[in-house]
Ligand binder design. Structure first.
Ligand code: FAD
Ligand code: SF4
Length: 483
């Protein structure tokens, strides 16, 4: 260990931008055994591991780095999976620069962080290759059941941890495939779909039941599900796209980011999508403008480039340093040919009701910080410019849908933003036996937080179920005594 003074920081080999533009395959290769062990050995095994504090799952990072450096890969996998149900997913798509790697002491010392995420992927993929990822081992059946609404990372994490404890689990999912945004949001070049589907298969084989094409609110309401199960977990994510309000934004020509990305992901999964065939959601040969500065915007930019767009421009109202998306994703997009217009906000969508022909952009500057400390963008009077386009995509983020109305649950506690009000540590809501996890509780966030919430909610649900069954036993015994 402690080789960081001799070994330079290295990521797995990245495919060239030219090569990447031709397909939707992941852009990083995997570490070779030698490179993975070498990079793991850079860890300084700090007494207080700051990387662990930077990880929402509190992964035992120094332990699995040490084991990997010593070539004890199976043990490294056991340690890594003890705290995470989807280590190979987080290793690929966590914004590590803002989490574990950002907190790494070696990064602070100027030597470049241990490439923790890449080593995490290397360990988990080796485990899959070697057959160390065992079938889900459920405890004896408890006879208690949990209904989970939503099969994104929060729902999948909770399903796994609750099934391990012997509870019957039914996952209700309105889409035709399980996985949530891991399947229909995040593109293949960041996360290949087989990485998700093999985890879903493992859960199915372990006894988790998936009811696909089942929309809570249409096929059942919340009260109906609660009556059917001993507890219910709501893990439905956030799907209401934030709307642009400038002139022209109501036209058909403005495309919602998730419609665009879902279409591309469906094509990758072998589905036929009419809106792609008609050209409406196909960027081939077009000049594309993407509005927004988060991960969703970057995914749209990079998808359009792979579909063969003639030019792709991203408009964002703040500057590069203040954008919400991962800096690494912006760098990838630039390498692949995207043009960024920083400090540019949409002032109008040009075109008619059916087609967008461009965006009029307002030049901005950064003013005083807002209460969260982010500098507010301010318009510079009289400075606008037009960007011509054949396709305009809005990627402004997501909010919660109206759960109370959708679930016909007037007493379901929601915040003023529409998110589910739940205890931040246990996910318990004020409704007896109803819990929440993931984006629907915290607002649009990250996969790693959804997994953390799902795992914590599973613990709380298990305790609730045991507590309820003790109470039921006691009251049966009392009835027996009284009789
Ligand atoms: C384009 C895009 C790119 C992203 N990139 C990254 C990234 O690189 N790294 C990262 O960490 N995070 C990323 N995120 C964020 C991340 O995907 C989410 O934070 C995470 O998926 C939230 O997990 P979840 O389980 O709470 O919800 P979701 O993944 O949204 O899953 C919710 C599930 O509930 C289902 N559902 C909703 N309502 C109902 C209902 N009424 N009945 C039945 N089922 C229902 C939905 O169909 C869905 O399958 C990205 C998000 C987007 C949109
Ligand atoms: S889960 Fe994410 S934050 Fe935690 S160690 Fe893995 S890559 Fe880092």
């Amino acid at each position: 260990m402690l080789t960081f003074t001799e070994q330079d920081q290295a990521y797995p080999r990245k495919r060239t931008a030219e090569d990447r533009a031709k397909d939707f395959l992941e852009i990083y290769e995997r570490f070779t055994t030698q490179a993975g062990e070498m990079q793991a050995s850079r860890c300084s095994q700090c007494g207080i591991p700051f990387c662990q504090s930077g990880c929402p799952l509190k992964n035992n990072i120094p332990d699995w780095l040490l084991l990997a450096a010593e070539g004890r890969m199976e043990e490294a996998y056991q340690v890594s999976t003890a705290t995470s149900t989807l280590p190979e997913v987080c290793g690929r798509i966590c914004p590590q620069d803002r989490l574990c790697e950002g907190a790494c002491v070696i990064e602070q010392s100027g030597h470049g962080a241990v490439t923790i995420g890449s080593v995490e992927t290397f360990i988990a993929e080796t485990a899959w290759d070697q057959g160390w990822v065992k079938p889900l081992d459920a405890a004896p059946e408890t006879g208690l059941s949990v209904g989970i609404i939503g099969s994104g990372p929060a729902g999948l994490a909770a399903a796994e941890r609750l099934r391990e404890r012997g509870h019957k689990i039914v996952v209700y999912e309105r889409e035709d495939r399980a996985g949530g945004l891991l399947i229909y949001g995040i593109p293949n070049f960041k996360l290949d779909k087989h990485v998700v589907t093999r985890r879903v298969e493992r859960l199915k084989q372990g006894g988790v039941e998936f009811r696909l094409n089942f929309e809570v609110g249409k096929d059942a309401n919340l009260a109906g599900l609660r009556a059917k199960h001993d507890a219910v977990l709501i893990a439905t994510g956030t799907y209401k796209a934030r709307q642009l309000t400038c002139p022209g934004s109501g036209g058909q020509g403005l495309i919602a980011a998730l419609d665009y990305l879902t279409t591309s992901n469906r094509l990758g999964l072998g589905d036929e999508v009419e809106a792609f065939d008609t050209g409406h959601l196909n960027a081939a040969g077009k000049r594309v403008v993407v509005i927004g500065g988060g991960d969703t915007a970057m995914d749209c930019v990079r998808t359009a480039l792979r579909q063969g767009a003639k030019a792709v421009t991203c408009l964002y109202r703040r500057d590069r340093a203040n954008m919400p998306g991962s800096a690494r994703e912006v760098a990838h997009a630039e390498e692949e040919g995207a043009v960024f217009e920083w400090l540019a906000a949409p002032a109008a969508i040009l075109g008619d009701a059916q087609h967008a022909t461009g965006v009029r952009a307002q030049r901005m500057r950064l003013g005083l910080p807002d209460p969260q400390g982010r500098r507010r963008p301010e318009a510079i009077d009289g400075q606008t410019f037009d960007v011509q386009a054949d396709m305009v995509i809005a990627a402004l983020g997501f909010e919660a849908e109206d759960l109370v109305d959708q679930f016909q649950a007037p007493t379901l506690p929601v915040s003023k933003w529409g998110t589910l009000k739940a205890d931040p540590f246990t996910g318990a809501t004020a409704m007896d036996g109803v819990f929440g996890a993931g984006d629907i509780v915290r607002g649009a966030s990250l996969v790693v937080w959804a997994i953390r919430d799902g795992q914590e909610a599973a613990k709380a649900i298990h305790n609730y179920l045991i507590d309820q069954s003790h109470k039921a036993q006691q009251s049966t015994q009392l009835e027996g005594v009284e009789a």
